[in-house]
Design a protein around this ligand. Structure first.
Ligand SMILES: [Zn+2]
Length: 564
């Protein structure tokens, strides 16, 4: 399976991942001036969408140009949110080069959209028998309808986490499922952040807001329309605060309430909706609200547009007024500028803001601890980190902890294998280039998967069988030719690379905890430990081996092998 990162690699925004040139996961835009789109214009057979945020769906209608009609698979809320966002993009940038699609393309979404619930596998690109896949969506706990996407081609299982949260929010429950996977493409937005306890953040926000209004001030709470606005409505309701709600969040609230099965507590959102007052924006309504000592939840969350552009100028010159930002403010946005300088660009003019500005972390993403807890379930998988500003550092830190992790570059294609497939790949290379090592291994495979055969006659099923029957292997291996090769110090290092690669892959990766290593094997491994591998011919294989041995070492005894 080939995985190509067309966007969202070592960056946040324009997420787009292409599998085998035929299945596209997400197709978003990066909010910037001008907006940026994925690095190529793919023509997939099918598309699966993780969730309805602009950086994941912002360019989806552009996939329906000309005669192209790939099926687009998503949850019902994601389908509706994509359409809402597309219409907003048309309103902002329609008929300009800043918008890569037209109203016609948005209309076509109705023809190609296929709605799915969580945990219901469905075939895409013809299904597995026709060279396609079976895809399953699982709750990702980020916003209503957000999904982890599992793609299975019958051999390799890829888990694309997309954006997720491991903790409960008031709007949606956190992710709890950890589907089996050979490869995990994991977001890392907050890989270098630890969130404060959510209950504390809420309490601080509510107290500050109450104090500000008691003292006669107005409070503006900028919030993203999708997810954050509803979350702030719920937080307000739980703390007896009745906010005005303005901007696209009003429509989105109505939209997500149609899908109670994708909400943590539909009843609570109903109460929060009754508790809030929605703003139409007609007849100077915003001005009147801004002049009262009211709480206003409004777009945009980064102060980069929306009705916030009416409220902030109206309240900015009174120090009794308060602006409570509700999440991370991206570099280069007016929100970031306000936090850093106390000044803010409003309608093209940079103006001083005397109103107090405070930042509260109501994030819908897992933080460092959440990411690590999630990934601890995937110690044997290959990890590809994306969707973050520090993907490379995070990958290095995970490697140091024994994971097989990397951070692909924008535009990179990564070839991935399932565990049995990778083993088979190693075995077949070995059968050609290192017959001396191959033959005993061939015997091992034969012993667990039927009569001896020529190397070329083993297939994936044999490797799976070897996995299932692995507990029987250590005894036969200690007496095998492989065993003596390991002890034979005159043996070529390259042979040992191969031998151990296979040995460790078969014996450790699948049954790490259950093998009781014999003293002789321990001695052999200790001998390997005292050497450093230098192997440049097949770097990938050595890297795999490195990972295996590191994992192995953390469980049994220290072992350091440095790769070329
Ligand atoms: Zn998101």
């Amino acid at each position: 399976m080939d995985i190509t990162f067309l966007g969202g690699a070592r960056e946040v925004g324009r997420s787009a991942i292409l599998i085998d040139d035929q299945l596209l996961l997400d197709y978003g835009q990066l909010t910037a001036d001008p907006p940026q789109f994925p690095v190529s214009d793919p023509e997939p057979e099918a598309v699966v969408v993780s969730h309805g945020h602009l950086d994941h769906v912002g360019a989806i209608p552009a996939l329906l140009k000309g005669s192209r009609r790939p099926e687009v698979h998503w949850t019902p809320p994601t389908s509706d949110l994509t359409r809402t966002l597309a219409k907003d993009t048309l309103k902002l940038h329609g008929n300009s080069p800043l918008c890569p699609f037209s109203e016609e393309h948005v209309h076509r979404l109705g023809e190609v959209g296929r709605r799915h619930s969580y945990r219901e596998p469905f075939p895409v690109c013809g299904g597995r028998d026709a060279g396609g896949y079976v895809v399953t969506l699982y709750n990702a706990g980020h916003i209503p309808g957000s999904a982890h996407v599992v793609v299975d081609d019958g051999d390799t299982r890829v888990l694309y986490t997309a954006d997720f949260h491991t903790d409960d929010q008031r709007l949606v429950s956190g992710t709890t499922t950890r589907p089996d996977a050979d490869v995990v493409i994991c977001e890392s937005t907050y890989a270098d952040v630890r969130h404060d306890d959510r209950a504390d953040v809420e309490q601080r926000w509510a107290e500050t807001v109450r104090t500000a209004t008691w003292e006669g001030g107005a409070v503006v709470t900028p919030a993203f329309a999708i997810g954050r606005t509803q979350e702030m409505m719920l937080v307000a309701a739980a703390n007896d605060i009745s906010p005005y709600v303005d901007g696209m969040g009003v429509e989105v609230t109505r939209l997500v309430r149609q899908y109670p099965e994708f909400l943590r507590d539909p009843e609570m959102l109903q109460q929060a909706t009754s508790n809030a007052r929605f703003v139409s924006g007609r007849d100077g309504q915003r001005r009147r609200i801004a002049d009262g000592n009211e709480v206003i939840v409004t777009t945009s969350g980064l102060l980069a547009g929306g009705p916030a552009m009416s409220y902030i100028p109206a309240i900015r010159d009174q120090p009794t007024n308060l602006i409570t930002l509700t999440g991370y403010q991206v570099e280069g946005t007016p929100g970031r500028q306000l936090l850093k300088t106390g000044r803010c660009e409003l309608d093209g003019r940079v103006l001083p803001v005397s109103a107090r500005t405070e930042l509260y972390d109501f994030s819908a993403h897992a933080d460092r601890d959440g990411l690590e807890a999630f990934l601890s379930e995937y110690r044997e998988a290959e990890l590809l980190l994306n969707h973050g500003d520090s993907c490379v550092d995070f990958a290095e830190e995970l490697c140091a902890k024994g994971f097989d992790a990397s951070a692909p570059e924008l535009g990179a294609t990564i070839e991935v294998w399932s565990r049995p497939c990778r083993t088979l790949e190693l075995l077949s290379t070995l059968s050609n280039s290192e017959p001396e090592v191959w033959h005993p291994l061939c015997g091992v495979l034969s012993s667990v998967s039927g009569p001896a055969r020529a190397p070329s006659r083993f297939d994936r099923n044999d490797v799976w069988n070897a996995r299932v029957n692995t507990p029987a292997l250590p005894c036969s291996l200690t007496d095998s030719r492989l065993g003596s090769l390991v002890e034979d110090r005159a043996c070529q290092w390259t042979n040992l690379d191969w031998a151990y690669c296979i040995l460790l892959r078969i014996r450790c990766s699948w049954h790490q905890g259950s093998i009781d290593w014999r003293p002789t094997t321990r001695r052999r491994l200790a001998w390997v430990e005292s050497h450093t591998l230098h192997h440049t011919r097949h770097r990938r294989i050595v890297v795999t081996m490195h990972t295996m041995t590191t994992q192995f070492a953390t469980q049994t005894f220290p072992m350091q092998i440095t790769t070329a």
